[in-house]
Design a protein around this ligand. Structure first.
Ligand SMILES: [Zn+2]
Length: 122
């Protein structure tokens, strides 16, 4: 099994709903995101997935969130824009775009240097 990862980032504002603290107020993060995929097989070149294609896929998923107020961007206009929900939505959107034979393994989202969430299906 090969596991391949690429990192991306985006900046956005958000505010947490139903949160009894300062994160209920609008504030910003420079989010860092790691997308990891897995595959059993290599192609004729000995590559699992082209890093460039994977980076492009991640950038496509993150673009709608960059320099936005997440609370006004679907699905976060109704879904609380927590790091946990972000990780799952990024996972699902990457999964919908993944090429055949490539499974999304996990998504890591850093809200800050010291705080991150990891999402996988199991
Ligand atoms: Zn925050």
């Amino acid at each position: 099994m090969y596991r391949i990862s690429v990192d991306g980032e985006f900046s956005s504002a958000h505010s947490l709903r139903d949160y009894p603290g300062k994160c209920a107020r609008p504030h910003g993060h420079n989010w860092r995101v790691r997308l990891s995929v897995r595959t059993q097989d290599l192609d004729d070149r000995g590559m699992a997935v082209d890093f460039g294609n994977l980076k492009a896929l991640l950038e496509e998923v993150l673009a709608p969130f960059d320099h936005r107020d997440l609370n006004s961007v679907p699905p976060f206009d109704t879904l609380n824009p927590t790091a946990e929900n972000l990780a799952r939505i990024i996972f699902e959107q990457a999964e919908a775009r993944a090429p055949d034979g490539v499974a999304i393994d996990k998504v890591l989202v850093w809200e800050s240097e010291k705080s991150r969430v990891e999402y996988s299906k199991k």
